[in-house]
Ligand binder design. Structure first.
Ligand code: BGP
Length: 465
């Protein structure tokens, strides 16, 4: 069977500033929460590798753009680093070196026929702003809007696809529940306030973007994790799965597309005394400024069952897990390295949900990928990593994307996580995701993997057999 994709389908990959650029003397970048956390607790990071030693894209971007061409990219997403562009959040002075860097990268991408998609916030709160509470502090929403406007004005003449956040639920989970992000608190009430401010910041940035009439589109990138009940006939399981879907997916998807928070979740938040501080004007701004385009990151499903284990509420207050249990489904297919289930049909279910329940808004797969540890063992005699498992993974997901298109989904493209192996927060370089290998011992030397060459054929044929 031939899987042919619509004309002008976006083929490419995604990355982020903080995971790729690196920190160099004299670059004028200020600390963000990752630079700070690494300085404070380097032992938390896999093999002690921190955000300074990323893939050196700040220095190597010209070479990298050629590699993107060689791997079939017609589009590429990264993010601007807030702490690079506006190092001093008091004076709000712009770092000209950052402007020159992003300008040159954007210009070279365009000259090589690779459309730049630009994200604004990818987990990288400037440390100065975190010191006043980060997303917990309402003032930071205004700081963010200033940052967003600055980016639109500087780069919006050429960048026509913007995203306000990448996976805004993750800073909530990571920073306020599960300890993967600074400030490493356990406090759901704070988490709810953070989520609210992120959603508000997104709507305000969209308002500014549209008012500037730059002729492009703006959206948000969400990690939509379809929630499946253990047993569809068991009401308690279904109810638990619905709550989980509300907390982790609809909490951002609904305000982004429909302009309001989901009623069942608002109720739940009220019942559990977690209401954030809001104003009626905020809710109007959220209602009036919905997205043009949705990025969907899809890695894994969530399997859920009704709460079976006893709930012990600690002094830290309630947690989402007090209301459900994770269902460890027997026989599920796993990526053993990352510990994530591989469920290809989840990408289709997500796209169909968007088609049926979210106005079939224009969307694209903004991340999908497979992190594998120890890929050196797949290097062949020519020095190339033969990552056939990754090719299979992509094909198996694309078949379902294709199916969704047949059924009317407005999905516009597919971006892999990621272009070249990059630094992934606490996991650092543990799991490699790239089309292109990066050798940290050889000054970040790049080598295209088998999947990278395959992706070029895929993009050129706009499909595969
Ligand atoms: C996504 C993030 C990326 C990247 C990826 C892989 O959620 O948007 O920034 O980190 O996941 O994550 P990990 O390294 O945790 O496997």
């Amino acid at each position: 069977m031939k899987y042919q994709f619509p004309e002008n389908f976006w083929w490419g990959s995604a990355a982020s500033g903080p995971q790729t650029e690196g920190v160099f003397e004299g670059d004028g970048k200020a600390q963000n929460i990752w630079d700070f956390w690494y300085e404070e607790k380097p032992e938390k990071f896999f093999n002690g590798v921190g955000p300074d030693k990323t893939s050196q894209v700040y220095k190597k971007y010209l070479e990298d753009i050629q590699l993107m061409k060689e791997t079939g990219h017609n589009s590429f997403r990264t993010s601007i680093q807030w702490s690079r562009l506006i190092p001093n959040t008091q004076t709000r002075e712009i770092n000209q070196k950052a402007v020159d860097f992003y300008n040159d990268m954007i210009d070279h991408l365009l000259a090589n026929k690779i459309e730049p998609f630009m994200n604004l916030y990818h987990f990288d709160m400037p440390m100065e702003l975190q010191n006043k509470g980060g997303w917990l502090n309402r003032e930071v929403v205004d700081d963010y809007v200033f940052y967003a406007k600055t980016c639109f004005e500087l780069f919006g003449d050429r960048v026509k696809k913007w995203f306000t956040h990448n996976e805004p639920i993750v800073p909530v989970e990571g920073g306020y529940l599960y300890g993967w992000h600074y400030p490493d608190e356990v406090n759901l009430k704070h988490g709810v306030q953070v989520a609210y401010h992120e959603a508000l910041a997104s709507a305000k940035a969209i308002e500014v973007y549209h008012s500037l009439n730059l002729g492009g589109e703006i959206g948000i990138v969400l990690n939509l994790t379809p929630s499946y009940p253990r047993d569809e006939k068991n009401e308690a399981d279904v109810k638990a799965a619905r709550l989980v879907d509300g907390l982790f997916n609809r909490s951002f998807l609904d305000p982004a597309v429909k302009g309001h928070f989901p009623e069942d979740i608002v109720e739940w938040v009220k019942e559990n005394d977690l209401m954030p501080v809001t104003t009626p004007e905020d809710l109007q701004i959220i209602a009036d400024n919905t997205i043009d385009l949705l990025g969907v990151n899809y890695y894994q499903p969530r399997r859920v069952k009704a709460k079976e284990t006893p709930v012990e509420i600690s002094e830290k207050g309630i947690l989402p897990e007090d209301f459900y249990d994770i269902y460890d489904m027997p026989g599920k297919k796993m990526n053993p390295y990352r510990g994530w289930e591989i469920y290809e049909k989840g990408i289709y279910d997500t796209l169909i949900n968007i088609k049926d329940n979210y106005e079939n808004i224009r969307c694209y797969i903004s991340e999908n990928g497979m992190g594998v540890e120890g890929e050196e063992r797949f290097v062949n005699e020519q020095g190339m990593i033969e990552d056939d498992y990754r090719i299979e993974f992509v094909k198996d997901h694309l078949k379902w994307v294709h199916q969704a298109i047949q059924e009317g989904s407005a999905v516009q493209g597919y971006h892999m996580w990621t272009c070249m192996d990059n630094w992934s927060w606490l996991n650092a370089y543990k799991n490699r995701y790239g089309f292109i290998a990066v050798d940290l011992d050889q000054d970040g030397q790049r080598t295209i993997k088998k999947s990278g060459y395959w992706f070029k054929e895929l993009a050129e044929a706009n499909g595969f057999d």
